[in-house]
Design a protein around this ligand. Structure first.
Ligand SMILES: C[S@@+](CC[C@H](N)C(=O)[O-])C[C@H]1O[C@@H](n2cnc3c(N)ncnc32)[C@H](O)[C@@H]1O
Length: 355
């Protein structure tokens, strides 16, 4: 992969010559799941997770419509610094981030959520006069549609930035990218001679909200590598929002496990597990939301516990890595990317990086 010269503290952007024209893209939501169902078998992954030692519930089940609504409430909570930090960084540096994205590029925002920050970057791209095809990927049709509505109003069809939704999981997106690149037809057949026969666009993945760290570091690296491989001969780059805050008091306030939106978000994880299992397996009132910082893996680990004693049953459901530039460097190295730029907030703990 080509990249700009980098120091150890910078993420890399990789660009070639994009040919995908914005005009050929739809403003609608594209269903990228197989048979209208995401490729993740949620029930099976719950059962598999509960059989592990210690048991786990998959975090992906937390992101249903109710979970997203609790998460959005959390983002507006005064103690939840992550959203504000990202808005601050994008407000100051959106033009610089946009400069790393060439005209006619395709942007795919992974786990786009409410899209409240995305407009800052898209406006900067529009101000630079760049035609851009932007795709917002997330799991829930109703919330994706609601999020897209406001973005589509801000970026109408006549403008340089064209907006579309992608309904599905990261895995579904991996399966869809060859189609986007013109490598494979919609029937799943290989068209022409494979990757070399197609003239591909460059693809830029936007992954904000510290979502990259909602999985173990090695898994995050492996997913990044899968996206790089899915793009095959097409140049690709990532811009990720990463939280490096290790201030215990700040973390405890942001992730209030006894009440408020974070508590509601966690509790909804049990409700969703019950719904997917088709039975009241967990009585939410009998479980406490618990969590702590795991210094070895630099992760906040959150889950459910029957009581606070060491003998209480513990089920982990969510991790939120608090990664420094060195950790992000490690992810980039493992995934085969070069880290070339970091834009940090005033406090220096939250970074928007590109690789
Ligand atoms: C931490 S939130 C971040 C939302 C948004 N990017 C932001 O910065 O506010 C994580 C987002 O990723 C989505 N998500 C989680 N797992 C996913 C998966 N496997 N495939 C697609 N989206 C996923 C969730 O639905 C949610 O919108």
């Amino acid at each position: 992969m080509a990249a700009s010269p980098s120091s150890s503290a910078r993420w890399g952007f990789i660009y070639f010559h994009p040919t995908h024209t914005a005009a050929s893209l739809s403003f609608d939501t594209i269903f990228i799941q197989d048979n209208n169902e995401t490729t993740i078998d949620l029930r099976a992954s719950i059962i598999h997770g509960l059989q592990r030692d210690p048991p786990e519930l998959p975090s992906v089940i937390m992101w249903d419509a109710a979970g997203l609504s609790h998460y959005e409430a959390l983002c507006h909570h005064p103690a939840y610094y992550l959203r504000r930090a990202e808005v601050e960084i994008l407000s100051q540096h959106a033009a610089c981030v946009a400069q790393t994205i060439p005209a006619h590029a395709v942007i795919i925002e992974l786990g786009c959520g409410s899209l409240t920050k995305t407009g800052l970057l898209l406006s900067a791209l529009a101000a630079q006069g760049k035609p851009i095809a932007y795709y917002a990927l997330d799991l829930v049709a109703s919330t994706l549609a609601a999020s897209l509505r406001s973005l589509c109003t801000a970026f109408p069809a006549e403008g340089p930035v064209q907006v579309a939704g992608l309904l599905g999981s990261y895995e579904d997106c991996l399966g869809w990218i060859p189609e986007l690149c013109g490598i494979r037809g919609t029937g799943g057949d290989i068209v022409g001679d494979g990757p070399a026969a197609a003239t591909p666009p460059s693809i830029h993945f936007l992954w904000m909200g510290n979502t990259i760290a909602n999985m173990e570091l090695v898994k995050a690296a492996s997913l990044l590598a899968s996206f790089r491989q899915a793009c095959a001969a097409v140049p690709c780059a990532f811009v990720v929002g990463v939280d490096g805050c290790r201030d215990e008091e700040r973390l405890a306030a942001a992730y209030d496990m006894s009440q408020g939106p974070f508590y509601a978000f966690m509790r909804n994880g049990l409700v969703t597990a019950n719904r997917l299992l088709g039975a009241e397996v967990f009585e939410p009132d009998l479980w406490l939301v618990q969590g702590s910082f795991d210094a070895k893996t630099k992760m906040m680990r959150f889950g459910h516990q029957t009581d606070e004693s060491v003998t209480g049953t513990w089920i982990q459901q969510l991790v939120s890595g608090k990664w420094t530039a060195n950790d992000v460097q490690e992810v980039a190295d493992l995934a085969g990317f070069v880290l070339s730029k970091i834009w940090a907030d005033e406090a220096g703990s939250y970074g928007k990086s590109s690789q």
